[in-house]
Design a protein around this ligand. Sequence first.
Ligand code: ADP
Ligand code: MG
Length: 326
Amino acid sequence: MPDSRMTNKNGMVSKIQTRIRTDLFKNNYDLVGKELGRGKFAVVKKCIEKTTGKEYAAKFLRKRRKGEDCRMDIIHEIAVLESAKSNPFVVSLHEVYETTTEIILVLECAAGGEIFNQCVADNDEAFTEQDVIRLARQILMGVACLHRNNVVHLDLKPQNILLTSSRPLGDIRIVDFGLSRCMDNIKELREILGTPEYVAPEVLNYEPISTATDMWSIGVLTYVMLTGESPFLGSDKQETFLNISQINVDYSQDVFEGVSSLAIDFIKSLLQKNPRKRATAEECLKHPWLSGHPHSHLHSSHLSSLDEPETPEESDPEPESPASTP
Ligand code: ADP
Ligand code: MG
C-alpha cells in the first residue's frame, strides 16, 4: 500500500499529489453539449481541452454543502482517484481546478453513460447475460484492485458505473469516490450511509463496514443488470430497509426468466447477511458463472497492470499526467 497516504481515523486521506490549479478553468476548456449527469452535490459536464482538442468530463463540486465546509471531502476524493490511477477500471483524473466556491475535477470522459440506462431499458436495448458476465468481471477486477489497496467504495450502484461507449458496448469505469474510505490502519469503521436500495445490512445496523460491504452492493448491482429490477426496493425507505434486513429477495423464475442458474447462485453468494460469509471480489472472479473464459474479454494492455502486485505511487511506471507535481 502506498506509504505516502495519510489516513485519519474515519478513513479519509488528506494528502494529494495533484497540483490544484487556480487559473480559470474556462481559459483552458470549452464546455460542450448538455450535462453528462448530476448527483447530490455535483454537476458533471462535457468539456474540450483547448490545447489538445481532447474530450473530458468536468465534475463541479461545491465546497460548501448545507452550511459546512467540505473541502477536505473533495481532497479525499482526489486522493483516492490518485491512488487508483493504475486501475484500468477506475475513471482517470486529468486535472483539478479550484475557485472560491468550487473544486473542478477534470476526469476522463466515459461517453457511454451510466449502466443504469441499460439496466432499465426495453428488451432489445437491455444487457444480455453475456454482456453482464463481461461487465461484472470488469467491475470485480476494478473492485478487487481497490480492495487490495484497502479502498472501499461504499456507493457502488448503476449510476456510479459508467461505460466508455454504449453501442457497441464498451468497458466499465467506476466513478464517484465521494463516500469511499481508506481502511489503512483502521480497525473499525461505522456510520456512512449510501443509497438505500444498495446499502448492506451491516450499514443499516451500524455494524462495522469492510470490503464485504461493497460485495453486497455488487450482488444488488448484478441482480439489477440481469433482471432490470431492484431486489430490495420497497414503496418507501422503511420498507426498503426492512427488505434488506430480512434479506427478502425474489429469486423466482418470473424475475429470472432466461437467466442461468449459475448467475442466481452467484448473486446468492453475495446477498448474505453475514459479511464474513460473502464472497470476496477475488472469489467472485473464480465463480463458475464468471470463470468460463478468463481474460477473453480484456485487452492485453489491461492484463499486465492487473497481474502485477500493487506498485507504490513513487515507482509508478506510468507517465505522469500534466497535472501531477514531480
Ligand atoms: P455525485 O457524487 O454527485 O453522485 P458522480 O461522480 O456520481 O457525482 O457524478 C454524477 C453523474 O455524472 C454520474 O452518475 C454520471 O452520470 C455522470 N458522470 C460522472 N463522471 C463522469 C465521467 N467521467 N464521464 C461521464 N459522465 C460522468
Ligand atoms: Mg454518484
